[in-house]
Design a protein around this ligand. Structure first.
Ligand code: ACO
Length: 323
């Protein structure tokens, strides 16, 4: 069986760190409220002039270096973002140019906070289908550019950043113990558009718009759907939550993550947490968490890793892999 294995990870966080207390004299909010309701303590914001592709390129370079792969050895780039530099071309092509690549494919995937899970499943399908041997998968966002700074229910929750992984095809023996991506589960339900959306766009307002969210409703869907999709992906791989070594969840809210771990019967020491330091970086949150945990040496070869995410659409999904 041909499988896609993660052979390198990388990430980049903009230099500017903003603590919760920064919001206290701008809005009717407090460090205590943000911390206790979301688990977020600080987040990074991109500098003026620093675009999504700039963050993505830095994460990409680190992932390639750690994988020991030259840009010219890649067959393609799949990049998840909802905050592209421009309407087109795809941010992925700007990263491609930045890496000095002139061959292979490069395109963006847009599934908001679930974007990286969708991109990873997409790249995995291409590798298994024989369209590519090596794919760079990136999640990169500058959500600070679509915040309504007067809405305390949203602007305290998000941050900027980028993470990347290099996927490489490996021929395995076909047992569930083989390394690589074992199964994925992807879902969308567009009837929930109004729960989480950006109120602008090229074909409507002609503006970039700002993020609008009914947080408590999204919260309820998240708690139910994240455990469900993780179970489904595990089931497809012939595995159960008892087999899981690491849960690497989308980092939106500590209470959502804790509830999902509970529903999967997983102790919190098997859960990778970066939400306190990064906030919600949308499609960047999972590759950021993977890269940070990888850097800390937390994953061993053969560990069963489950990622899951939900975001605007609603769109949600899970990818199960052996490290
Ligand atoms: N500071 C102080 N009070 C606040 C703040 C704030 N920053 N924000 C909201 N409040 C108030 C509300 O106004 C409300 O007050 P009221 O009762 O007087 O009306 C009260 O706090 C409770 O508000 P809720 O929204 O019910 O609070 P909740 O416990 O649900 O927490 C939160 C809000 C953190 C947004 C939570 O709902 C959440 O995390 N939701 C999910 C977010 C998410 O996962 N999004 C999906 C991914 S994002 C993507 O795809 C882009």
């Amino acid at each position: 069986t041909r499988r896609a294995v993660i052979i390198g990870t990388g990430h980049y966080l903009p230099e500017r760190v903003v603590e919760n207390s920064w919001f206290e004299d701008k809005l009717d909010t407090s460090d205590d409220w943000i911390r206790s309701r979301s688990g977020i303590e600080r987040r990074h914001f991109a500098a003026e002039g620093q675009a999504t592709s700039d963050l993505a390129l830095r994460a990409a370079r680190e992932a390639l270096a750690r994988a020991g792969v030259e840009a010219g050895e890649l067959d393609g780039i799949v990049l998840a973002t909802s905050t592209p530099d421009f309407t087109f071309p795809a941010v992925a092509t700007m990263v491609q140019a930045g890496l000095g690549m002139t061959r292979g494919f490069a395109y963006d995937v847009q599934a908001v906070c679930a974007g990286f899970v969708f991109a990873l499943a997409n790249a995995d399908a291409m590798i298994r289908g024989g369209l590519a041997d090596r794919v760079l998968v990136i999640g990169a966002e500058t959500f600070s550019r679509i915040m309504d700074w007067t809405d305390r229910g949203t602007c305290v929750l998000f941050g900027d950043g980028a993470g990347a992984v290099v996927l490489e095809a490996r021929e395995g023996a076909g047992t569930s113990d083989d390394r690589g991506i074992l199964a994925s589960d992807l879902n969308s339900d567009g009837q929930y558009r109004d729960l989480l959306y950006v109120d602008g766009g090229v074909s409507t307002t002609g503006t970039a718009g700002q993020l609008r969210m009914q947080g408590n409703l999204v919260f309820r869907h998240a708690v139910e759907k994240l455990a469900q999709t993780a179970h489904t992906a595990l089931d497809k791989a012939g595995l159960t939550p008892g087999d899981v070594d690491w849960l690497v969840p989308h980092q939106a809210n500590l209470r959502i993550i804790t509830a999902t771990a509970q529903r999967m019967n997983l102790p919190m020491d098997k859960v990778v947490l970066t939400v306190a330091d990064h906030g919600n970086t949308s499609a960047a949150s999972i590759p950021l968490a993977l890269s940070v945990a990888d850097r800390e040496g937390r994953f061993s070869a053969g560990d069963l890793v489950v990622t899951e995410a939900i975001g605007g659409g609603l769109s949600w999904g899970s990818v199960v892999l052996r490290w």
